[in-house]
Ligand binder design. Structure first.
Ligand code: SAH
Ligand code: SF4
Length: 381
């Protein structure tokens, strides 16, 4: 089973005394919050009032919810937790990209990146501290999986990023930061439910993209539950090469992955984005562009060619601009939409696949079970 139910709700973590900490209110659905209020003997309409404070006004304490009776604010602060996220560091790159290091009470942290492009302001969210899948070109994969984020922690990044970006507004959201979102499905789906709910953040699912390495059984489930955009990290056109770059390809080989993509419940006029990181001399030849075009032709697909971002000890180099342009042209001649994703924030290591530093795990070693071939590795089967 791929799915980890571990982080379904903001699981109460034991306190020093061994009693469970109260649930994180940012991870609760409306009916769950109503249930908590009923237990406190409160009227149900309070739930919407609190949601409004959390998601519209970005309140970071119950104390700030000034139209609630003071006694209720006190009881809420005892029954629930709010805002266990803090921005530990903020860095802005020369191109305007803003990288936040968002920390949690257990010492773990993730990076969230705000990328302004013209009219758009895109937030790149992390879903896990590290990643179990070990793709060899990815810095996050190198660190292994430390732990899943809870829904409240995923959304905590959003609230912190929104506050750091104001008065500009976030317009698009991509799960392309640290971690494999579908390997933390329970927390991902809960956070998507809150992001898209009218009582929550009210974000159109069309403005949200989930990127996956290709965990086949969960791709269909995701699109049957949320009308979000799906991006699939392909990066190679043969199982031989993809298996070397992306170990989980051995579990879900190309034919199975592409067949699953063909059967996805896509809405009208929607297409799947295939990500393809351009690695010099590895996957960037003309023959590979032709094979990629042939593989994707039967699908409703577009291609995003990604400029490889290097990191210390990376075993690859980036393809040069000319090679990338030739590759793109071959795809275009095959009638595929193909764009090149320019590297953003590279001077502050905020670009894809560069999101890693030792302090992200609070200085502790990586968690057991980070081997993608073993059960419990977060995304293996
Ligand atoms: N785990 C998910 C989402 C996070 S990675 C996934 O793999 O799709 C987001 C994107 O960045 C993926 O397409 C991933 O392949 C790509 N990526 C990883 N390392 C990279 C690097 N060093 N340079 C450029 N892109 C990279
Ligand atoms: Fe994990 Fe995605 Fe990095 Fe692969 S590319 S190790 S799936 S974050």
């Amino acid at each position: 089973m791929i799915e980890s139910e571990q982080a379904a709700v903001d699981v109460p973590r034991p306190t020093k005394q061994g009693t469970p900490a109260p649930p994180e209110v940012r991870g609760l659905l409306l009916d769950e919050l109503s249930g908590v209020l009923a237990e406190l003997g409160e009227r149900p309409f309070r739930a919407r009032q609190i949601m409004n404070w959390l998601w519209r006004k970005g309140a970071t304490s119950f104390e700030a919810m000034t139209d609630l009776p003071a006694a209720l604010r006190g009881r809420l602060a005892q029954a629930l937790r709010l805002s266990p996220t803090t921005v530990r560091r903020k860095r802005r790159a020369a191109d305007g990209t803003l990288k936040l290091l968002v920390g949690f009470p257990d010492g773990a942290a993730v990076e969230s990146v705000v990328i302004p492009t013209g009219e758009r302001v895109t937030l790149c969210l992390s879903s896990q501290v590290g990643c179990a899948l070990g793709c060899v070109f990815c810095a996050t994969g190198r660190m292994g999986l430390y732990r899943n984020l809870s829904a409240g922690e995923i959304l905590g990044q959003l609230i912190e990023a929104r506050a750091a970006t104001a008065p500009a507004e976030l317009t698009n959201y991509v799960f392309m930061g640290m971690g494999e979102p579908l390997a933390n499905y329970a927390a991902l789906s809960r956070s998507l439910a809150i992001m898209t709910a009218p009582w929550g953040l009210g974000i159109s699912p069309r403005r949200i993209t989930v990127s996956t390495v290709g965990l086949v059984p969960l791709m269909g489930r995701l699109l049957s539950e949320f009308a979000v955009n799906l991006a699939v990290s392909l990066h190679a056109t043969t199982d031989e090469l993809r298996g070397r770059l992306i170990p989980v390809n051995r579990r879900y080989p190309l034919a199975e992955l592409l067949a699953a993509c063909r059967d996805l419940p896509l809405e009208r006029r929607r297409r799947i984005t295939f990500e393809y990181v351009m690695l010099c001399g590895v996957n960037d030849r003309r023959a590979e562009a032709q094979r990629l075009a042939a593989l994707l032709r039967p699908l409703r697909a577009k291609v995003n060619l990604i400029v490889f971002n290097s990191f210390a000890g990376a075993p690859f180099g980036a393809s040069d601009a000319e090679t990338t342009a030739v590759f793109q042209e071959i795809l275009r001649q095959a009638k595929l939409t193909a764009t090149v994703r320019q590297s953003r924030g590279a001077d502050i290591a905020a670009a894809c696949g560069q999101l890693w530093r030792p302090e992200l795990t609070g200085g502790r070693p990586r968690r057991e079970g980070a081997d993608p071939r073993r059960p419990g590795g977060g995304a293996s089967a």
